[in-house]
Structure formats: structure tokens, C-alpha cells
Design a protein. Structure first.
Length: 244
């Protein structure tokens, strides 16, 4: 697996410290998707709060690849998930993969979430959107909770209110894999991806693939990737057999 940003090519010459060896048992199409989304889910759940079994985590963009990985990793560790989406057609698909609670985005998110979970501990929110969504997530958290922003789907600055920051002592932090993983030691990078590989091989994590294309079919691949309602990633494969 490449650690550098060499994309859309079939062959490269690299220094040995720019690659990681992956197990033969790992499906190649799963390996092609393991660099960013699985470790992001793993590290965001691990690095920002000391989550205990029975705690809750809330996230928006829950139907994204990262969101689905968060559900799977949390479930494995007996952490319960609240999953915020923008259409109710996503409720059943997310519950079928282990989501504990699925709710619609909205200004009254905090009230609806607290009505559902009562006084249970909800110390962590994962925000892929920014804007008002950050504030809505913060309104659900227990005192001292953390909103971790890792995306800007809204195109707007992240927001939390003074009451959330001062009275409830909620903090807003950012996650970027380049800084949170790749800027660290090679040992930590290897250990993280060893864990990701184990989760993929065991089936705890799975990244659906809707279609594969060769580089010569790039225009078709891009058109497919832009379709709404996809249920998996669009991947490039080599022109020859995968085992080459």
C-alpha cells in the first residue's frame, strides 16, 4: 500500500519506506480502499475520548464510508452509535449494519437525541459537515464532550455556541489523517494498518464495491461515481489480471 500520494498510475518506483506490506489474505479490492477511511474511523473513536462500553457516539454523514466504519468499529467495542442522516430512507440500511439509533438532521437534534437516550453518557461527536451541523452535534453531547471535525461538506465554518463552549465545556477539534497518523512514527503507522487489515480480513469492516473500471475507462468511471444512490465505491483496476 502506498503511503505517498501516487494515484491514477499502474506502476511506480518508490523508496521502501513509502510503502507498507499487506497480508495475502486481504482481498485486493478491500486493500485498495483501506488507506484513508478505515483508519480515520478507528483513530477518531480512539484518540479524542476514553470511551467505555455502553457509551454513545454521535456522527453525521453516517451513510458515508467513514460513517459505516465508525458503526462497525464501535459495535465491536460495545460503543453505541447515534447516526444523523438527511433522509429517512437511510434508516433501515444503517440499522441493518449495526446502527443503534438513526435520526434526521435538524435544529432540534439535541432535544430528540436526549429524549431517546436520557442521561446516558455521550462524550464524542464526529462531524463531516461543519456549519450548523457542528452546533447541532455539540447540543447532544454530555458536559466536557468533544466535537471532532474531519470534513466540510457544508462549505461553512464549524460552529459551537458560547454556552456549549463555556458552560458545558465542549471542545471542537480537527482530525486530518496526514497529521494524526502519517506525521507520526513508522511503527505507529504499521501497527494501525495491521489492525485495519485484521478488521477487514475478519469481516468486521467491509467496503462495498459497486463497479470496477480500467484507466482507459476513466470517463465512464467518473460518470458512474457522480451518480446518486450508489451503494459502493467505484474502483480502477489494472488492465491485466489483478494478480499481476
Amino acid at each position: 500500500m502506498l503511503l505517498s500520494r501516487g494515484n491514477w498510475v499502474q506502476r511506480m518506483t518508490l523508496a521502501a519506506d513509502q510503502v507498507l506490506k499487506i497480508p495475502d489474505a486481504l482481498d485486493i479490492l478491500q486493500a485498495a480502499q483501506m488507506k484513508a477511511n478505515p483508519p480515520s474511523a478507528l483513530l477518531m473513536l480512539r484518540d479524542y475520548n476514553d470511551l467505555k462500553p455502553g457509551d454513545w457516539v454521535i456522527q453525521n454523514a453516517a451513510n458515508s464510508a467513514v460513517g459505516k466504519h465508525v458503526i462497525a468499529v464501535a459495535k465491536k467495542n460495545d460503543i453505541r452509535t447515534i447516526n444523523v442522516v438527511r433522509r429517512d430512507s437511510l434508516f433501515d440500511p444503517l440499522k441493518s449494519i449495526g446502527a443503534d439509533l438513526v435520526v434526521l438532521e435538524g435544529d432540534d437534534l439535541g432535544e430528540r437525541v436526549r429524549a431517546a437516550i436520557g442521561g446516558d453518557n455521550l462524550p464524542l461527536a464526529l462531524d463531516a459537515s461543519g456549519g450548523d451541523s457542528s452546533m447541532h452535534l455539540a447540543g447532544c453531547l454530555s458536559d466536557g464532550g468533544v466535537v471532532v471535525n474531519y470534513g466540510f461538506l457544508s462549505g461553512e465554518p464549524c460552529k459551537i455556541t458560547p454556552t456549549q463552549a463555556i458552560v458545558k465545556q465542549i471542545s471542537l477539534q480537527g482530525f486530518w489523517l496526514v497529521k494524526n497518523l502519517f506525521s507520526g512514527s513508522r511503527e505507529n503507522i504499521i501497527n494501525t494498518y495491521d489492525e485495519v487489515c485484521e478488521l477487514l480480513i475478519s469481516g468486521v469492516l467491509h467496503s462495498p464495491v459497486e463497479a470496477t473500471y480500467t484507466l482507459e475507462q476513466a470517463s465512464h468511471a467518473l460518470a458512474h461515481a457522480r451518480r446518486e444512490g450508489r451503494d459502493g465505491k467505484i474502483l480502477f483496476i489494472p488492465n491485466g489480471p489483478l494478480e499481476d
